[in-house]
Write a protein that binds this ligand. Structure first.
Ligand code: ZN
Length: 671
């Protein structure tokens, strides 16, 4: 694709991209057909997620889409333009709250304008909306409360349902979050109600606990008792789940092997029973399925949208193994022991025997539910702790998505603005995508698993600093080895030049450019951001002390702009090795004071002048801070008997708006 073809739409703080699915044409007809039915099963979950995100989302989408499609006025009108942006935002966020910040969108158009547009709709539509019950599900259908006034309040009253997931310390997280996991009426349940309910259910001595609350909504039933309304074929979201199951059933007929068939069938069983023990069985079977080319995620998975971290947002993804790139990660894991033995750490902290993680590189074929349009680039599942410990987990990185990000980033001027010279820009163009992937492999497959605690060290000794220090340790492990000739010898790295792209990227990001993601006056809070700053600022200071007149790395000014300049890459690697040794010591000994000192000294505070400068330069580039994707379409070609004879992948010209409207038509529930 040409660079300009990657970008599909741009609005507010969002850029929508297209992604390619290389290798799809080379799949067998059986695999293509399997992918086809799995993508259908994935797309059918869309409205579940919309409803989970906020109980008014589906109704608001319906009303807004009607207005959007009926509008015949001036498309340059300010009110219309603001409404168009709002429509695109709620599509992107799967609801009326921002997908990342969780804050409710503020319409830039007035309620009067919107109501005037509604008055232009056909009489039939107007009547339908007027009589719309507030929530379309089994529990609420019989109640006579009219939806429209409440929908207007949800859209236009900024104090009502202001935040999707509230995590503020001290607040009642259940009562103050707009997410639709607790209660059918506002304020029906408090955080304490929910906590009491589950603490009475949980048995702390159960070695194999299910993930309580993962697939249900908690509410107060007609007799005043707290109860779970379970998501299953004949329960909550039954309409969508029936379609999912129907397509999973078809997919099972095209399974590549017996194990994969068992995986699909055990997922169907779980969707029918709603029993979380069945979900555990499915997860264990899924972990065991390592031979299949095609794989998928379909269900209630991640719990970031629940302020109490229990309920799973519906998510779908279909993918297949990228064999060439997976071979690379397999080489890395197969040599795990060599890396452990040669790590620049004290011998007492070394693991005598290293166990690798199964990792693969995948090509995404469809993104759905909570993975659409905004999507992760790596996934590690299942989330159940005891299943991970006893059966392992599958870790994947999604190469065609990172490739799309990189292709879109190549032309946005960011590197030219912030990198010291054309040399760094050229190196990034040539190696960045590759080096990012190697970094992820080394970080995930080896870094986190390396080293060991001294006997008697409490694994939680580093407390609140633990996750920043652990991310820093995995990152510095990756950085240290990225420059090792061993990787060139193994064929994982192309030459001894490539790692420099990784080093420059890490230092520029940690010292400067990651600051575009925080507001003036803020400290660094997020663990990954802290870890990058810690590594970068510790190394900068180390270089300064080591050789004040010619440091290996420095921040220099040119035309009043700050740049990172690396003068000696080999020396930089030596410092990384020292820091790895120290981070491992802190972890192995549980040295809380030293860990806190590292994080607080290098990883939290922000230089306000540098921050202001970076924000100013970034603003001029007009880059969207958040990105997401439209999916390709899959079309099944059938013969006269209805058998699938081919599956075509169509990138074509479907726009972001067209795709959203089509999904709304073809995969709608709650009618
Ligand atoms: Zn990590």
């Amino acid at each position: 694709m040409k660079a300009s073809d990657w970008s599909v739409d741009r609005f507010a703080d969002i850029e929508v991209l297209r992604y390619e699915v290389p290798g799809f044409e080379q799949l067998s007809l059986q695999q293509k057909t399997l992918v086809y039915y799995l993508t259908e099963a994935a797309l059918w979950g869309r409205d579940i997620l919309w409803d989970q995100n906020c109980k008014y989302n589906l109704a608001i989408r319906k009303v807004c889409e009607a207005v959007y499609q009926n509008y015949k006025g001036d498309k340059n009108d300010g009110q219309w333009k603001a409404f168009e942006q709002y429509m695109k935002q709620i599509w992107f966020a799967n609801g009326i709250h921002h997908h990342y910040s969780n804050a409710k969108f503020k319409p830039g158009f007035t309620q009067e304008w919107f109501e005037a547009q509604m008055a232009q709709l056909s009489e039939e539509k107007q009547k339908e909306f007027e009589n719309m019950p507030i929530i379309k599900n089994e529990v609420y259908m019989n109640r006579s409360q009219k939806a429209l006034p409440i929908l207007m309040r949800a859209m236009f009253d900024s104090t009502y349902m202001a935040i999707k997931v509230n995590q503020a310390d001290g607040a009642d997280l259940v009562a103050t979050s707009a997410v639709n996991f607790y209660g059918y009426e506002d304020g029906e349940l408090t955080q304490k109600d929910v906590e009491d309910y589950y603490s009475s259910k949980k048995n702390p001595n159960d070695p194999h606990p299910v993930m309580y609350g993962l697939n249900s909504k908690l509410y107060v039933d007609c007799e005043g008792r707290i109860a779970e309304h379970v998501y299953k074929e004949d329960g909550l979201y039954g309409t969508a789940i029936k379609h999912i199951v129907e397509n999973l059933n078809k997919a099972a007929q095209y399974a590549e092997n017996g194990q994969q068939r068992i995986v699909i069938e055990s997922l169907i069983k779980y969707y029918r029973s709603g029993d979380l023990k069945d979900f555990d069985t499915y997860s264990i079977e899924w972990v065991k399925d390592l031979a299949s080319k095609v794989d998928f995620i379909n269900g209630f998975i991640e719990s970031y949208s629940d302020p109490l971290g229990m309920r799973g947002s519906w998510e779908g993804m279909v993918n297949f193994k990228d064999s060439a790139n997976t071979a690379r990660t397999e080489i890395v894991s197969a040599n795990a022991q060599w890396f452990e033995d040669h790590s620049p750490i004290d011998d007492r902290f070394r693991k005598p025997v290293v166990k690798g993680v199964t990792a693969k590189v995948i090509t995404a074929a469809i993104l759905a539910g909570d993975s659409y349009p905004s999507t992760p680039i790596g996934i590690n599942l299942p989330n159940s702790n005891w299943i991970r410990a006893e059966h392992g987990s599958k870790s994947v990185s999604i190469d065609n998505i990172t490739a799309a990000y990189d292709a879109a980033a190549a032309g946005n001027g960011f590197r030219e603005e912030f990198m010291w010279s054309a040399e760094e820009v050229q190196r990034a163009k040539k190696y960045a995508h590759y080096v990012d992937n190697i970094h992820t492999d080394l970080h995930e497959c080896l870094g986190h698993g390396s080293g060991r605690l001294l006997p008697g060290t409490d694994p939680d000794a580093l407390k609140a600093y633990g996750s920043t220090l652990e991310e820093a340790r995995a990152d510095i492990f990756a950085l240290y080895y990225m420059a090792d000739e061993k990787l060139v010898e193994l064929g994982v790295m192309p030459d001894m030049e490539a790692y420099k792209a990784g080093y420059y990227q890490q230092m520029m990001n940690g010292l400067m450019t990651q600051l575009v993601r925080i507001l003036p006056g803020d400290n660094l809070e997020e663990a990954h951001m802290r870890n990058r700053a810690l590594i970068a600022y510790w190394t900068l200071e180390r270089a300064q002390k080591d050789n004040p007149s010619a440091p290996a790395i420095e921040i220099v000014k040119r035309d009043d702009k700050s740049y990172v300049r690396i003068n000696d890459y080999a020396k930089l690697r030596q410092y990384f090795g020292e820091l790895l040794g120290e981070l491992q010591r802190i972890k192995s000994e549980g040295d809380f004071e030293a860990g806190r000192n590292l994080v607080e000294t290098y990883g939290v505070k922000v230089n306000p002048e540098l921050h202001a400068e970076v924000l100013e330069r970034y603003k001029k580039l007009d880059i969207a801070p958040y990105k997401g994707f439209v999916n390709p379409r899959y079309e099944a070609v059938k013969d006269a008997q209805g058998n699938i004879t081919d599956v075509k992948i169509i990138y074509s010209s479907e726009s972001y708006v067209d795709q959203m409207l089509r999904y709304g038509r073809e995969y709608a529930i709650g009618e």
